[in-house]
Design a protein around this ligand. Sequence first.
Ligand code: M6R
Length: 608
Amino acid sequence: MCGIIGYVGNEECAPILLEGLRRLEYRGYDSAGVAVHDGTQLNVRRAAGKLTALGDSLARSPVHGTTGIGHTRWATHGKPAERNAHPHVSGDIAVVHNGIIENHVELKHALRAKGREFLSDTDTEIVAHLVDIETTAGATLFEAVRATLKQLRGAYAIAVISKRDAHTLVLAKNASPLVLGVGDGVMLAASDVPALLAHSRDVIFLEDGELAEITREGARIETLAGAKVERAPVRITWSLMQAERGGYKHFMLKEIHEQPRAIEDTLRGRVSWEDASLEPAEMGISAADVAGIRRVVFLACGTSFHAALHGRYLLEGLARVPAVAELASEFRYRDPVIGAGDLVVAVSQSGETADTLAAAKEAKERGARILAVVNVQGSAIARMAHGTLYTHAGPEIGVASTKCFTAQLAALTMLAIHLGRCRDTLSADRAGALLREFVQIPNKMRTVLETAKHVETVARSILHTRDALFLGRGLSSAVALEGALKLKEISYVHAEGYAGGEMKHGPLALVDRDMPVVCLLPTDSTLEKMLSNVQEVRARDGNVIAVVDDETVAKDLATHTLRIPPTLEPFTPLLSIVPLQLLSYYVADLRGTDVDQPRNLAKTVTVE
Ligand code: M6R
């Protein structure tokens, strides 16, 4: 996730671009840059670090002009550094980009063969080269961008400026957001509405597969195939603060709704949408690495630990390799037996969690190989690991992890399928069936999100509870732990997650008519056993809330059901966690807690 902005008008645009980027900084903040046309040439300024670094650079050495583009980056390809900051330039062309170009490796090879040299590690720089090739051959900027887009596979929102035209920008969108702002003698473009609101409340949302040319006079929009698009602007009535959260009341709710996109971005370039095959080069673990693995040890804390439990189940199941999941905060304090032959998978959203970092370092010193599964590029855990499998969930602002959790589940599921194939414990047929279902998951998640209103009603029914239990077996046991953690951290309701089979060993004593018991009952290999556990709860008058993919399963047992679509067992957690996140969110919001910044907690825990 990155933020892009463009301006064509009559005012000095560098301050406008900077202000717009400030409104987009939630989308990425590891480096930033602008390209401004001064009537004669393009002036590019870029800086690593937060936006203030770019602001300082522009204050020292201003750029002037009334047409420009800007970018705030959330690294996906190439670590956060000035040379990887956007805009990327080739000849007369400068480009900013949000998204991932899936076929960038092959395009880069082809461009190198034509003598093109690259100054960054990004996938974006190829776009600048491709457009430059077209314009040098005589195409207009609009047609050059169109010809370039036809060569790209993947997700993009791009803004392009040329030295040859001081009053035009060309924009294009596919699977990454882009919106135009219409003003009086002014046109803007941005990744999100808040960046435009100071200049325009009339906006045009571009659709996938469309490109636009903007000048002071207005916008020309066409599809990639060349059909003209007439779309009237819509008037935005949100306040600036509402707009920053995309109209959602809290970042957490926005991030819950961003999950389908986070999963798509995490799969992008690694799982082919066309033929549902794995593209292992992007996975950060080679066949040679796999050959030496004796055991896999997951290290993580909090929500990431719950994702690690999912990874452990799947790795054992699909790749038949012994796997354990350890709380990183405990691992170092028991003189662990670990070393050569162990693959340590350090799972962390921030990549900075002190306990996970220290535990992974200790394992590395003892000879283990370290694979990081992290969301933040260039973070400490990514830097110390031998390899990194990034989740591409984009920045997560709410303290309660939601989209990063499901992106971790997706990354670890890919890893398990990959290892299963490498070790030949998973047949090509079964892997194919899994991958075909995998690419359906984002849309299935969307259907779960459509049930949010119903989940809110269920939340209202348990609003005043003091305690809650979450039960699941097999893969759903990690979901139960995560559901309980979500509820307690944002609503301050005491909640416990249990493996269903453990109920009779103690927690059953807690159950009475006042106790909500959230039961995960997808149609999977543990369903029968889970149903016996639910009967035990019902026999004590427990208030059962069932997560089901088949309504008939919980008939006569549950007070409320939360519905998810059926899927293959390894993917159930990706769907069943969504209603639990929503349930926690609504309970917390209805109780009036500070949802995005719950008391006593921090987003990144850098103390041991
Ligand atoms: O950045 P990490 O994933 O390493 O963070 C680990 C935990 O601190 C984190 O998951 C925490 O439990 C969240 N607040 C859960 O929502």
